[in-house]
Design a protein around this ligand. Structure first.
Ligand code: CO
Length: 216
């Protein structure tokens, strides 16, 4: 079991390391933050945010939940996105999934998981939306990996559905929305190469809240 006091020893060492690099490190850090990135990732302890990107304190605004979901009724997520876009004016919103995601695996194996059921339902909906593509994949591991990737795509769609994001995009062209997967098996970060502006073109007649000449 973890010896919690070790954490405080780690912290002392970390403070000393930072100060040895720059004696004013924490003084500067305390002045404020202006991160360019909002990172939306999984709570999984293996899929860290700053560590895997090689980023430092002050450089990434972070939101994590089980299976990196962007749920429209999630007040926590909505507040994070609004603050990141309107106040911090982030240039990028990253949705980062990861292979071997327990949330995605649970969604592929329907069982009663109590409080988790409603959360995992969003993932099961992603499965249903892409069932044709997923069901032709015979290797269960490959199907599982594909659902991780498709979940990132769907959550990127969910980011672009948010009013604050749309307003900022139409005014400034930012934030850019990026879909990544962290491969815990190799440590590599994979860019799925999603072009969300192009993707949005296909669905904006449904989701663009500021489209004046819509079909209705
Ligand atoms: Co996960």
């Amino acid at each position: 079991m973890l010896d919690v006091s070790q954490i405080f020893e780690n912290n002392k060492r970390w403070v000393a390391e930072k100060l040895s690099g720059d004696p004013e490190y924490f003084e500067k850090l305390s002045k404020g933050q202006s991160p360019d990135v909002l990172y939306i990732g999984c709570s999984d302890s293996r899929a860290t945010a700053e560590d895997l990107m090689g980023m430092q304190p002050g450089e990434v605004f972070v939101h994590r939940n089980i299976a990196n979901l962007v749920v429209s009724t999630d007040n926590n997520l909505n507040a994070v996105v609004q603050y990141a876009v309107e106040q911090l004016k982030v240039k990028f919103i990253v949705v980062c999934g990861h292979y071997e995601c327990g949330g995605v695996k649970a969604a592929m194996n329907p069982t009663d998981m109590g409080q988790l059921n409603s959360w995992l339902q969003t993932l099961r909906d992603v499965y249903r939306l892409h069932e044709e593509e997923l069901n032709v994949i015979e290797d269960p591991q490959k199907r599982y990996d594909k659902l991780v990737e498709l979940n990132v795509l769907e959550q990127c769609y969910n980011v672009i559905k948010i009013d604050h994001v749309q307003r900022s995009l139409s005014k400034t062209g930012y934030p850019k929305i990026l879909g990544w997967v962290f491969d815990v098996r190799t440590g590599k970060l994979i860019d799925l190469g999603l072009d969300m502006e192009q993707e949005f073109e296909k669905i904006r007649y449904i989701y663009d809240l500021y489209l004046l000449d819509g079909p209705l």
